[in-house]
Design a protein around this ligand. Sequence first.
Ligand code: SAM
Length: 291
Amino acid sequence: MPLTELRAALADAVDRLERAGVPNSDVDAELLAAHILNTNRGGVQAAVASGRHLSDDEALSLAKAIERRAEREPLQHITGLAPFRYLELEVGPGVFIPRPETEIVTQAALDYLRSVKAESGTVVVDFCTGSGAIALALATERPELHVYGVEKSAEAYAYAERNKTKLGARNLTLHLGDVAGAFPEFDSTVSLVISNPPYIPVAATPRDIEVRKFDPALALYGGEDGLDVIRDLSETSKRILKPGGPLIIEHGELQGAAIRALLMHDGWSDAETHPDLTGRDRFTVAYKRIS
Ligand SMILES: C[S@@+](CC[C@H](N)C(=O)[O-])C[C@H]1O[C@@H](n2cnc3c(N)ncnc32)[C@H](O)[C@@H]1O
C-alpha cells in the first residue's frame, strides 16, 4: 500500500527517483505532488509542514506518477504542461518539450524588434515551431505583431494548435509544412525569422535518457552534420526576409563556427554567435544583405 502521510510519501518518492538516477529528485517529487494536489511547490511544502495526509486516491496517483518519472519519462509529459517565459504550454508524446535556453533566444528576437521600433502588423516567422513556444511567446508578448509558425510534424502541430487556442493568440497563423520552400507567396516581406530547428548529427546520442527516449527524432536530428534543416532555413529565409532583416537560429554549443560559415557562404552578413546564460554558444544571428 502506498504511504499516506505526505511527508513520508515524498521521502519515499525522492528515494525512488534517486535510485533511478533522476537529477534534482526532490524538486521533481514536489512538482509531481503539486500536480496531483493541484497546487504549486510552495503549497506542497506548506502541506508537509502542516502534517497533511493523502487520500488513498492521491497516494495512488502520486505513486503512479513517481513510477513514470523513475522510468525517466519527462516530468512535463506526466504533468502535460511545460513553462515557457510567461506561458504554460500543453506538451506530451510527439512534441519537443520547450527548453529554458530557448527563452533567451526568443528574448534576442524581442530585443531586435524593440530596437527597430517594429510597427503594428510587422510579420515574424518561427520555423520548426513544435508546441508553438517561440511563436506564442512573441505573439502574446507583442500582440501587435503578426506571427507565423511552421511545423512539419502533424503530431507537434496539433499541440501548437491547442496552445494557440488556449492562449487566444489570434495574431498567430500556423502552417503544417516544411521549412524548405515555405511561403512561396512571401517575397522580402518578413521582418524577422527565428528558429530552434533539429540540429543534432544523426550519429550522435543525446546524453539525457529523457531526450533520447521521449523527444521525437524529427525534433532532434538534422542529418549527417546536424545542419540539414539549417541549410533550408538559410535558403527560405533569404527569400522571405526584408533586406537587413535578421535570421536567428538556435543551435548546439559547438556549432557556431560551422553555422556562421554556412551563412556567410550563402551571402548573409554580420553572422555572430551568442551564448546562453550558462556561457555556452547557443544561437547565431545573421542579416539579409541590403544590396
Ligand atoms: C528542436 S524542436 C523545437 C520546437 C520549438 N521551436 C521549441 O523550441 O520548443 C524542432 C521542431 O522542428 C520540427 N521540424 C523538423 N524538421 C522540420 C522541417 N524540415 N520543417 C519544419 N519543421 C521541422 C520538429 O518536428 C520539431 O517540432
